[in-house]
Design a protein around this ligand. Structure first.
Ligand SMILES: [Zn+2]
Length: 309
């Protein structure tokens, strides 16, 4: 599946655009302040009411016009307590949202001069914002597939052998021509797989899977209210080499796997299972916004400027 599309001119956001909008730390701080406290208005703890705040010269802080109590736009966000310049954070977000196959900590280390450890932490923090936990795929047609990451046969299509504990199962649900949900799962049991389908696929959807027994009940699932979800279930026989039979194929999900494989295999080399979900989040986030051009960077920025739980 072709993922790269030519982006309309008005949706392009180049490095030049980035440097123009965010020439220095001050511009990033001002942007962050405007997202969190529009017009400098924020509740002052001491006054107990909304007050206008002004920038404190030489500090990443704003002070209440009335009593001088200071607030930081960074408080509660991923930037809090970071000694890395805000522009480096913004640049990392720009790079992450403007490359198709992901970006390595090494690259940001080279380009900005932060240590590898810092670069790695920055990316981990940004990825933590990109989860699409509650995404509902509104169909009408989705493909569900599972694959395995790690172990000896990296991204081999085979199911793991007995005792092969190293492989981490991943499930992807791809809406044809639309969005994707990808999850690291503890196992590929019927309960796990159908649980994901129930959570992310709209009732009545047409669901393509392979022939694995775990999908057997897809057509008979019921919602939490006991009502039938009316999924129409079609299977495709991978084992017999029948990949495309009229409309019965899983090309969309295969396209997503190959993107992940190229990306994680090529850019990140080895990813510990512990962080695999955050990498999947990054790829999913980009995939789901692949037609959005510069809005992708805006989406990341928007999430970064919110307080984290
Ligand atoms: Zn005040």
């Amino acid at each position: 599946m072709k993922v790269k599309q030519s982006i309309p001119k008005k949706l392009r956001y180049t490095m030049r655009d980035f440097n123009k909008q965010f020439p220095n730390d001050a511009a990033c701080l001002e942007h962050l302040k405007e997202q969190r406290f529009p017009g400098g208005m924020a509740k002052c703890e001491k006054c107990g009411v909304e007050r206008k705040h002004h920038h404190v010269t030489g500090r990443p802080a704003y002070a209440c016009d009335y009593c001088g109590t200071m607030i930081s736009p960074m408080a509660g966000t991923i930037f809090e307590k970071s000694s890395t310049p805000l522009k480096t954070w913004y640049y990392a977000m720009y790079l992450m949202s403007s490359t198709r196959c992901g970006i390595s900590a090494k690259q940001i280390q080279r380009e900005t001069g932060v240590t590898y450890k810092t670069a790695w932490r920055i990316f981990r923090q940004i990825r933590s914002l990109l989860s699409e936990e509650d995404l509902c795929l509104e169909g009408p047609t989705v493909e569900v597939d599972e694959t395995y990451f790690g172990g000896v046969r990296k991204f081999g299509r085979g199911r793991p052998m007995r005792g092969d504990k190293k492989k981490t199962p991943i499930v992807a649900i791809v809406q044809r021509g639309g969005k994707v949900v990808a999850k690291v799962v503890p196992d590929v049991s019927g309960q796990t797989l159908t649980g994901l389908i129930k959570k992310h696929v709209i009732p009545g959807g047409l669901v393509y899977t392979d022939e694995m027994g775990a999908y057997r009940r897809v057509g008979f699932l019921r919602g939490s209210d006991g009502k039938p979800l009316d999924y129409r279930h079609r299977t495709i026989r991978h084992a017999s080499g029948v990949y495309v039979h009229h409309d019965i194929h899983t090309n969309s999900v295969e396209g997503f796997w190959s993107l992940i494989k190229r990306g994680i295999g090529g850019v990140y080399h080895s990813v510990s299972p512990k962080y695999l979900q955050t990498y999947l989040n990054e790829y999913t986030f980009r995939y789901n916004r692949r037609f959005e051009g510069n809005l992708q960077f805006k989406s990341v920025l928007e999430r970064a400027c919110r307080a984290v739980a």
